[in-house]
Structure formats: structure tokens, C-alpha cells
Design a protein around this ligand. Structure first.
Ligand SMILES: Nc1ncnc2c1ncn2[C@@H]1O[C@H](COP(=O)(O)OP(=O)(O)OP(=O)(O)O)[C@@H](O)[C@H]1O
Length: 219
């Protein structure tokens, strides 16, 4: 589904942050991405989300070379990728319900066709009572869960999550992990960037470990 071959990435004239990164991301796979702070996890997720271009090497996504994609092709490919950013990127002037429903509304779907699904997902992430609240009044952990729900509402082919349990307590982290596992079972490939050793120990998943700009993979 996604393939990296000898990928290198530098910001501007800076040093290479990622070097000679090669891997395949198969359909329905589940992997953790870890490594010390500053190792390049967010940078790798941005390459996967097509918001950065490699400075060398090949990134191919859904069979297409990243460098040959036009600006007009990007939105339709990105729609197949759910993403949870570290800074959540919720829209403050909308309710939590509307933030989560937004990807569906943008596609022109009628609220009556998705209302029950959005409510069910919000309940799963523990936000059933908070669905009418706008993001500015949510706690950090609540915002994180709203961002997770928004990323999952369309059952994407790939979920990319940057520290998705960074702001929640261990029981809630386990519950969110169960949600990721369930989405994976339904067909979504999952990439979770995390420092949380305990979280990684709970799933027998592939580990991608970044260090010194290079990637080690433990299947
Ligand atoms: N926009 C940018 N411009 C220049 N350098 C950047 C930029 N973004 C990241 N970097 C640098 O790239 C390196 C990798 O950063 P990145 O955020 O990908 O690491 P990370 O592993 O996600 O870190 P953390 O675990 O702390 O979130 C760091 O040295 C960082 O300073």
C-alpha cells in the first residue's frame, strides 16, 4: 500500500533527519513507530501523510510515486488516510460532534445518514456527554479523543497517530488501543508513533524504531 525505498529527508539546508529508510506498509498491518525524541517520528508520519516530499529516494502510495502526484490528486489520496496530529487540529468554532462529522459533511453526506455512527464512536472514545461542547472547553485528553474519532469516522485505509495516548490515563489508553485494534480488524492499517513502552507491550505488533536517522524493523 505504501513503499519507501532509500528515502532521505532534510529540512531546508539542514542535515538529513531521515536516511536510507526502506519499508513496506502492507494493507491491514499494525505497527508501532518509536525512537528517542527528535529521532524523526513526526517527520516520517508527515511523509506518510504526503505533507512532505522525500529529498531523495522513492515514496509510493497506493501504487503512485509521491513525486509524480499533482496537487489536485493529493486530497483524494489523503481522504484514505486518517491522521491524529500531536496538536489535534480541531476547529474551535464547531461542536465536538461537528468536528468528528466534518469529513462526512465535506463529502456531501446528509446528517441523518451518519448521526448514529458519529454518536457511537464518540461514546466509544468516552465523549458521549461532551459532544455538544466546542474544543476550547475540552481537556487535553478529551481533545485528543475527539481527534482520534475524527480520524476514524471514515474507516480509512491507513490510520497515522502521533502519540495518541499521550494525554490520557492508562485505563483510557487501553480502551483507545482496543479501538485501534478493532479498526485494524475491520481493515485499517495502523501506525502509532509512541514513547509508551507499556502500550507497545500490550500488542504483538511490528515495531519500527528510528534512531540516528535510520529505521530498524522488528517483525
Ligand atoms: N519544520 C522543521 N524545520 C526544521 N527542522 C525540523 C522541522 N521539523 C522537525 N525538524 C527537526 O527534525 C528532527 C526530527 O524531528 P521530529 O519532530 O520528526 O522528531 P520526533 O521523533 O517526532 O520527536 P518527538 O518524539 O520529540 O516528537 C529534529 O531534529 C527536529 O528539530
Amino acid at each position: 500500500m505504501i513503499r519507501f525505498e532509500n528515502v532521505g529527508l532534510r529540512y531546508g539546508m539542514g542535515p538529513e533527519v531521515l536516511r536510507d529508510i526502506s519499508f513496506d506498509l502492507p494493507q491491514r498491518s499494525f505497527q508501532f513507530l518509536s525512537g528517542p525524541s527528535g529521532a524523526g517520528k513526526t517527520t516520517l508520519l508527515r511523509l506518510l501523510f504526503l505533507s512532505l516530499k522525500p529529498t531523495r529516494g522513492l515514496v509510493s502510495i497506493f501504487g503512485k510515486d509521491r513525486l509524480s502526484l499533482s496537487r489536485t490528486e493529493l486530497p483524494s489520496l489523503r481522504r484514505r488516510i486518517g491522521v491524529v496530529f500531536q496538536d489535534f487540529r480541531l476547529l474551535d468554532h464547531m461542536s465536538t460532534f461537528d468536528n468528528v462529522a466534518l469529513p462526512l459533511r465535506v463529502r456531501g453526506r446528509e446528517e441523518s445518514s451518519y448521526r448514529a455512527d458519529v454518536i457511537e464512536l464518540l461514546k466509544w472514545v468516552g465523549l458521549g456527554e461532551r459532544m455538544h461542547a466546542p474544543p476550547p472547553v475540552l481537556s487535553g485528553g478529551e481533545k485528543q479523543r475527539a481527534a482520534i474519532a475524527r480520524a476514524l469516522i471514515e474507516q480509512p485505509d491507513i490510520l497515522l497517530a502521533d502519540e495518541p495516548t499521550g494525554n490520557v490515563d492508562p485505563p483510557l489508553a487501553r480502551r483507545l488501543l482496543r479501538l485501534f485494534i478493532e479498526m485494524n480488524r475491520l481493515g485499517t492499517a495502523v501506525v502509532i508513533a509512541t514513547h509508551d513502552q507499556h502500550l507497545m507491550e500490550q500488542v504483538d505488533a511490528r515495531r519500527m524504531i528510528l534512531s540516528g536517522g535510520r529505521l530498524d524493523i522488528h517483525d
